[in-house]
Design a protein around this ligand. Structure first.
Ligand code: ZN
Length: 224
């Protein structure tokens, strides 16, 4: 009897210890399943200048910091790296509505998504897109559809929608000047109501800027 009781007691103790250890995780799982926190994040700029190479590696490249990155920059998180992460989470679609887009890092992120098969569409302002350093030409060349205004008022929005699920909006133009020098804010929020409103606005502008409606060329030129 005595010989048997000890192994049984030991097994029971071990089981109890394991159960107790698993309890917090189980509770978190139950709790999280019922009340998953929707994403709410605010980024403030100027951003610390950090290396973003690891985030922007081409598909197929090994994950993590690139081996032997000797760039000398810090390799931690920054407002820019968080913004990049939010964009790179896209799996199906990305709508971008921006007055100015010249940041090479954000340009690379958008090209990466395009390469991964994410449906990217860009709306921008015709005055800024032609300036030196604008990413718009490169993105167009990569095959990403871009539409722009043709009137006097600026297309001054600064928002993006990831997978029709997450809205990214704020004061920030996607330029290195703004990212590194300006005081700016960017809200990242998973909010169905706001996403639907911004998506509707994007679709409205997308149609308004349909190239078939452009009237750059005066009528008399067309008759030649
Ligand atoms: Zn680096």
């Amino acid at each position: 009897m005595r010989q048997l009781r000890w192994p049984v007691a030991a097994a029971a103790a071990v089981s109890l210890a394991l159960a107790l250890e698993a309890l917090p995780a189980a509770l978190r799982w139950l709790w999280g399943g019922r009340r998953r926190r929707r994403r709410r994040e605010v980024l403030f700029f100027p951003s610390q200048v950090t290396c973003t190479e690891a985030l922007l590696q081409a598909p197929g490249a090994p994950a993590g910091a690139p081996a032997g990155c000797l760039c000398g920059l810090p390799h931690g998180e920054s407002s820019l790296s968080r913004l990049l992460r939010a964009l790179l989470a896209a799996r199906a679609s990305l709508e971008i509505c921006l007055f100015a887009f010249s940041s090479p890092q954000l340009g690379r992120a958008v090209q990466l998504l395009h390469q991964r098969g994410v449906r990217v569409r860009i709306v921008t302002d015709c005055d800024y897109m032609a300036l030196n350093g604008s990413q718009i030409g490169l993105l167009r060349k990569a095959g990403i559809p871009v539409r722009h205004d043709q009137d006097l008022g600026y297309m001054h929005h600064k928002f993006a929608i990831v997978d029709k699920k997450v809205l990214i909006t704020g004061s920030l133009n996607w330029t290195t000047q703004a990212i590194q020098n300006n005081k700016e804010n960017v809200l990242i929020m998973e909010d169905e109501e706001y996403v639907q409103l911004f998506l509707a606005e994007f679709e409205r502008i997308w149609e308004e800027f349909n190239p078939t409606k452009y009237t750059f060329f005066p009528q008399k030129d067309r008759s030649h």
